[in-house]
Each structure stands twice: as C-alpha cells, then as structure tokens.
Design a protein around this ligand. Structure first.
Ligand code: RB5
Length: 145
C-alpha cells in the first residue's frame, strides 16, 4: 500500500498521481489534503509518514511546492528514508543506493511529464543491497530514527 499526501501546492499533482496509480494497479491511501485551500504541509506529511513508519504502508509519495518541506517532515519519522527527487536519475539512485521509502516531489519545480517518469522509476526500481546495506543500517543505528 502506497501512502499519498500533499499540501495545497501539491494538490493538483496528488490528484493526477492517483489517476496514474490507478492505471498501474498500485493500491494507495490518500492522507490529504482534500482541496487547493491553503494549508500546512506538515499536517499531511506527518500522517502519511507515520503510516510508512508504522508499517501500515510500504512507501509514500509526498507533494508540496518544492518537495523540500515534505521530505524534511518525512525524515523526522523512524525508519523513513525520504528523497526529494527532481530527476529520474535521482529517483533511480534513491532506490538503488538509499532504499528510499518516501519520494517527495515539488509541483512548482518539476513538470508533470518528468514527475511521471520520476514516480514510475521510483516504484519500479529495487534496492541494490550489497555495500549499501550497512550504510542504510547506519542511517538508523547512529540516530534514534
Ligand atoms: C507552500 O507555499 C510551500 O511553502 C510548500 O508547499 C513547500 O514548498 C514547502 O517546502
């Protein structure tokens, strides 16, 4: 199960992402926001991140104006490795090397066609493992997150 969340600045993409996921047969849960009305990204990002941190969802896609606020919020949660990605290469490497479980996208930064490629790459790329295993482990063991 994929968690989705956005603020007002990412709302349009969140709605488009739902259509994209429906076409890919990827199940998701929408944690809000529910409109273009001005709101605070932390309120929605924390909800979706908590769902991943607790294991209720496997991964999340979070959208705000830049992706930065959402990625900061997500990385406050235990077990989360959130990557804000503005390119397909970043999305691919976030999975291969960092085993990122949260993708953050900026609706004001990334065009929709690029966002689709970033999202599909994030969803279809597996963690490489190997030398990256202990690096991932240290992200969490050297903090309480
Ligand atoms: C909202 O104006 C904007 O600050 C927010 O969507 C996000 O870009 C913050 O990181």
């Amino acid at each position: 199960m994929l968690a989705l969340a956005s603020d007002h600045a990412g709302f349009e993409y969140k709605e488009r992402i739902k259509t994209l996921l429906n076409g890919l047969n990827v199940p998701y849960q929408d944690f809000g926001t529910g409109s273009r009305d001005s709101t605070d990204y932390a309120d929605w990002g924390h909800r979706a991140s908590e769902a991943v941190s607790s294991g209720r969802c496997d991964r999340a896609i979070l959208v705000c104006g830049t992706g930065i606020g959402m990625s900061i919020v997500a990385n406050k949660h235990r077990g989360i490795r959130a990557a804000v990605c503005e390119s397909v290469t970043a999305a691919r490497l976030s999975r291969l090397h960092n085993n990122a479980n949260v993708l953050a996208i900026g609706e004001r930064i990334t065009g929709w066609e690029a966002a689709v490629d970033i999202i599909t790459t994030f969803l279809s790329t597996s963690f490489e493992g190997g030398r990256h295993e202990k690096r991932i482990e240290k992200i969490h063991s050297l903090t309480n997150l």
